[in-house]
Ligand binder design. Structure first.
Ligand code: NAD
Ligand code: ZN
Length: 379
C-alpha cells in the first residue's frame, strides 16, 4: 500500500510499504478515504521528537471497514468509521472513566496511545491506504448513513473538533462567559467554534496570520492580531479591564516566528494575564523540548517557565492534556448529523496522498491559505 513516511526532519516521502493487516483478534482493518495533516504532525515533521524514520504518520483518520478480527462483535465490514486519534483499551481505570487519552495499558511511553505518533506507542499512522485499528469495537466510531455526504465534517471528529471542545471543557466554560483562545490554527479555530456553539458571550482569538484571523472572524469570533499590539492589552480593552472568564491554549511549543526570539512560554503568559482572576485555562497545545533530536528522556519534559506568581495571585486554575476524543464524539457526531455543526468550514485543501510532501511543506511554512489539508487516497 502507499503511505506517508517520516524520513527525518522536514522530510516525508510517499512510498509503497507492507500492507496494514489484522494482527490481533480485536483489530479492525480500515481502508482510509480521508486522513488529515495536523499541527501535531509538525512536532514530528520539524524533528522535535524521537519518531523513528520509516514510521507512517497520520492520526486523523476516516474510512471504510474492510476486515474485522475474530474477536470483533460490534463493528462490521462496510461500516464507515472515524477513528479517534487516541488508542484506548476500553477496560483500564482511565478508559472506564472516559479518559481515553490516558489509557494505562496500551503499549506507549506516555499515558495513552495514538496512531503514527512519537512517544505514543508503535502504532502506524493512517496517512496511507489502510490502517490497523487496535481494540476496534472500542476505538472505531461507526458513522450514520450521511457519512459519505458529510465525510469532511465527520473526519474532524478524529481530533481537532473534540480537541477544540476539550479546551473549552478543560477551561470550564459555561454559556454566557467570555473566552480568549491563543492560536488560530485548526485547533484554536475549533476551540473558538466550540465556544460559540456552547453559547459563549464573547470569543477572542489571538494569532497574527491574517488568513487564520479572518476565519475566526467569519465564525463570529473577535480576531486579535498580536503583531498589531500587545494581545493582553487588547483582551483587557474588550473585557472592561477584567480579562476573559476562560482561556484556551491552542499553540503549545511552536515556532511562531521561526527566525525570531519569541520564547515558547508566550502563550501561557498571554493567558495568565488575559484571563481574569479565578478564571480557568484549558491547555491543549503540546509542549515539547525545543531541541530538535531531543533524547528519549527529554521527550516529555517540555520545560517552560511562566508567570506562576501572577497565576497564583489571581487564583487561576488549569486543565491540561490530550483530548479524550471518544468522550465527546457521540454528541459531536450528533451535532454534525443534525446540521448543528459543520466543522469542514476549516478545510483549505483536499489532495491525493502523493502530494503529502508539498502539503507538509506549505502547512509547516504557514503559507497563506494552508489551514487544514485533507489527504484522500482515492483521488
Ligand atoms: P498549528 O501549528 O497549525 O497552529 C498554531 C497556531 O498558533 C498558528 O496559527 C500560529 O500562528 C499560532 N501561534 C504561534 N505562536 C503564537 C502566539 N505566541 N500567540 C498566538 N498564536 C500563536 O497547529 P494546530 O493544528 O492548530 O495545533 C495546535 C496545538 O495543539 C499543537 O501544539 C498541537 O500539537 C496541539 N494539539 C493537541 C491535541 C490534544 O489532544 N491536546 C490535539 C491536537 C493538537
Ligand atoms: Zn491532530
Amino acid at each position: 500500500m502507499k503511505a506517508v513516511i517520516y524520513d527525518g526532519p522536514k522530510q516525508v516521502g510517499v512510498r509503497d510499504v507492507e500492507d496494514a493487516r489484522i494482527e490481533r483478534p480485536t483489530d479492525v482493518l480500515v481502508r482510509i478515504t480521508t486522513t488529515n495533516i495536523c499541527g501535531s504532525d509538525l512536532h514530528m515533521y520539524e524533528g522535535r521528537t524521537n519518531l523513528e524514520q520509516g514510521r507512517i504518520i497520520g492520526h486523523e483518520n476516516l474510512g471504510e471497514v474492510v476486515e474485522v478480527g475474530d474477536g470483533v462483535e460490534r463493528v462490521r465490514v462496510g461500516d464507515r468509521v472515524c477513528l479517534p486519534f487516541n488508542i484506548g483499551c476500553g477496560f483500564c481505570a482511565n478508559c472506564e472513566k472516559g479518559r481515553t487519552g490516558f489509557c494505562l495499558t496500551v503499549d506507549s511511553d506516555t499515558p495513552g496511545g495514538a496512531y503514527g505518533f512519537a512517544g505514543m506507542g508503535p502504532y502506524q499512522g493512517g496517512q496511507a491506504e489502510y490502517l490497523r485499528v487496535p481494540f476496534g469495537d472500542f476505538n472505531a466510531l461507526v458513522l450514520p448513513e450521511d457519512a459519505v455526504d458529510k465525510e469532511d465534517d465527520y473526519v474532524m471528529l478524529a481530533d481537532i473538533f473534540p480537541t477544540g471542545w476539550h479546551a473549552t471543557r478543560l477551561a470550564g466554560m459555561v454559556a454566557g462567559e467570555s473566552v480568549v483562545v491563543s492560536g488560530a490554527g485548526p485547533v484554536g479555530l475549533m476551540a473558538a467554534y466550540s465556544a460559540m456553539i456552547q453559547g459563549a458571550s464573547q470569543v477572542m482569538v489571538i494569532d497574527r496570520l491574517p488568513d487564520r484571523l479572518k476565519l475566526a472572524e467569519q465564525i463570529g469570533a473577535i480576531p486579535i492580531d498580536d503583531s498589531a499590539g500587545d494581545p493582553v492589552e487588547q483582551v483587557l480593552d474588550l473585557t472592561d479591564g477584567q480579562g476573559a472568564a476562560r482561556g484556551c491554549e491552542c499553540v503549545g511549543y511552536q515556532a511562531h516566528d521561526p527566525q525570531g526570539d519569541e520564547e515558547p512560554n508566550a502563550t501561557m503568559n498571554q493567558l495568565v494575564n488575559a484571563v481574569r482572576a479565578t478564571g480557568k485555562i484549558g491547555v491543549v497545545g503540546i509542549f515539547l523540548p525545543q531541541d530538535p533530536g531531543a533524547s528519549d528522556e527529554l521527550l516529555a519534559q517540555g520545560r517552560i517557565p511562566f508567570d506562576f506568581g501572577t497565576y497564583w495571585f489571581k487564583g487561576q486554575s488549569m486543565g491540561t492534556g490530550q483530548a479524550n476524543v471518544k468522550n465527546y464524539n457521540r454528541e459531536l457526531a450528533d451535532l454534525i448529523h443534525h446540521d448543528r455543526a459543520q466543522p469542514s468550514w476549516i478545510v483549505s485543501h483536499r489532495l491525493p496522498l502523493a502530494q503529502a510532501p508539498q502539503a507538509y511543506q506549505h502547512f509547516d511554512d504557514r503559507d497563506q491559505g494552508w489551514t487544514k489539508v485533507l489527504l484522500k487516497p482515492d483521488l
